[in-house]
Design a binder for this molecule. Sequence first.
Ligand SMILES: [Zn+2]
Length: 303
Amino acid sequence: MTNRVTPPHAQAEEVPADVRYEDVHVFSVDVEEWFQVGAFEKTLSRDDWPGLESRVEHQCHSILSLLSEYGVKATFFCLGWVAERHPLLISAIHKEGHEVACHGMDHERIFRFNRHEFHEDVGRAKGLLEDAMGAAVSGYRAPSFSLTADIWWAYEVLEEAGFTYSSSLYPLKTDHYGMPNAPRRPFWPIGSGRILEVPMTVCKLAGRALPASGGGYFRLLPYQLGEGLLRRGAAQTGSPGVFYMHPWEIDPGQPFIAKAPWLSRFRHYTGQRALPGKLRKLCARHSWKPMRDAVVAPIRDGG
Ligand SMILES: [Zn+2]
């Protein structure tokens, strides 16, 4: 029932083509502070972080209340850094019926770690999240989609650390991330029945691979285009689309970093006021589930 996929790795196997997914998409939120983003990494150093204004709690509560208007349940990939400082936020997300998953400790990209350091990072973050909410974490998303073919061992580490799925690959190339030859459907990167990878959604149009999972693109592009890419990308793969956003994307009141490069400021601040309205449309027009329910459970149950 399974097929070998090459590249990215000889052990990778696709999930069976007859897995039956519901007509739903995955709503996900990468929970990090406004100052922990790649766009500001050359302007704000990690040493600056403790002195900067924390806004993640307020931002996440805005998202929680927006999602609750539409009964949408999501997966929140949270930093251990946030869990350490705001454990009540993690338990509030869990209590509202959303899935809490792991986004690493402090947004360091995986390729900066060796195997041992990566195990320490994800193990610590997972423990902090689980302690904060009193429930197990099974999902992981790499900061800045930094899981690539060169560090495929990361999947073995994630499995050793107790994760059952990852959503860490963007199967296209951008200026900051991406792995263009990765499968577009969920797959087992280190062999069937082991840890599952749920890639971000890509839409193929006129031979080009376009990012269709939201993020900054959904904020910067007109609504119809962002929504259409997600819908078409999901239909092309026959699996749920994966949408993602960040808490800082709906907070026009956050500090303005004037010394950041122009392109970084544009990517970070543009379209923030309009985003809640676009999210409302998206929530109203589609059905949404957390990743564990929309993608992982049908494969485990039927695969
Ligand atoms: Zn992130």
